[in-house]
Write a protein that binds this ligand. Structure first.
Ligand SMILES: C[S@@+](CC[C@H](N)C(=O)[O-])C[C@H]1O[C@@H](n2cnc3c(N)ncnc32)[C@H](O)[C@@H]1O
Length: 289
């Protein structure tokens, strides 16, 4: 839980702790795991949107008395911004080094499938980006045709967009033209991910902070060759980040790769059990067990 010194509201008599406690007491919602600076920024945006002049009045006059405001506030803590092939350096590394290495390893070890987890996939842009690369690279592979991507997010609404796999042309700005042509079907402005790619992908709601499971239940076991968890860790306090990182590393196959957001490279550098593969791209390889 944040301390009174985490209160970033200048001149306000409401420390962040009061808001955190109230959300828990009144709505049963534990927001104590989020980074205090992120909570403060989010609350400040809600002050502006609601016309409240202080955190005290926002808490007393809106948050505590209006469940719909509490709902909007909690939704705004789930930042769902994403893009296809976001962070181009990372995707270039995936395409040129990580996926070819996994394919080569598959050939050497006789492993017949490739397992990928996109954790915190938002509306699906990350899942489909990696699936597009796999579709192209593995089309000619003899063994690894059984590739599967598991895609999870805590937000049900984002996940249903991801699962639908339908995007306007404006969202495909970072997608190569040959991939747009080969990997989407088009109807007017709507681009839908091709069925042969969708067949390899499964979606499920999953909270990365869930303590009851070591990985999403639909995966049965982890053993992932590649886990992407990009731009999720930054929103959490260090202890929560460590829990998430431990879970992600625990799900990797020996020598498997973990990819985070560029902004999270520094956070990951402190995690044990991984080798940084190619700074500044935040790609890590699990030390072999
Ligand atoms: C900023 S988006 C990142 C999307 C994508 N990974 C990317 O880099 O473009 C963060 C996503 O993480 C999800 N998220 C946040 N906390 C989570 C948690 N505890 N468990 C699962 N997903 C979470 C949010 O719902 C949101 O969709």
């Amino acid at each position: 839980m944040g301390s009174a010194s985490d209160d970033g509201f200048a001149g306000s008599k409401v420390p962040l702790n009061d808001i955190i406690r109230s959300m828990n007491r009144v709505y049963g919602l534990d927001i104590s795991g989020y980074e205090p600076s992120f909570l403060i920024r989010t609350i400040e945006r809600r002050l502006q949107a609601t016309g409240c002049d202080s955190a005290a009045s926002y808490l007393a006059e809106r948050l505590l008395v209006d469940p719909s405001e509490a709902e909007v506030f909690s939704r705004s803590l789930r930042v769902g911004y994403s893009e296809f092939f976001r962070e181009p350096l990372t995707f270039a590394l995936l395409e040129r080094q990580v996926l070819p290495d996994l394919m080569e390893r598959g050939r050497m070890t006789g492993r017949t499938g490739l397992r990928v987890w996109s954790a915190g996939c938002a509306a699906g842009q990350e899942v489909w980006s990696v699936a597009i690369l796999l579709d192209e690279l593995l089309a000619s592979a003899d063994r690894l045709r059984a590739w599967r991507v598991f895609a999870t997010d805590i937000s049900e609404s984002d996940l249903s967009l991801a699962c639908a796999g339908v995007y306007p042309a404006a969202a495909l700005g970072n997608v190569r033209l040959r991939h747009v042509d080969a990997c989407f079907t088009r109807q007017g402005d709507c681009h839908t991910v091709a069925m042969r790619i969708r067949e390899h992908v499964e979606f499920a709601v999953y909270d990365l902070l869930d303590t009851a499971t070591a990985c999403p239940p639909m995966c049965i076991f982890g053993d992932f060759d590649l886990v992407l968890c990009c731009n999720v860790l930054i929103y959490y306090r260090p202890d929560q980040r460590r829990r998430i990182i431990a879970k992600l590393l625990g799900c990797l196959a020996p020598g498997g790769y973990l990819v985070t957001g560029e902004a999270e490279r520094r956070l990951m550098a402190q995690a044990g059990g991984v080798l940084e593969v190619a700074p500044p791209a935040p790609v890590f390889q699990a030390t072999r067990r």
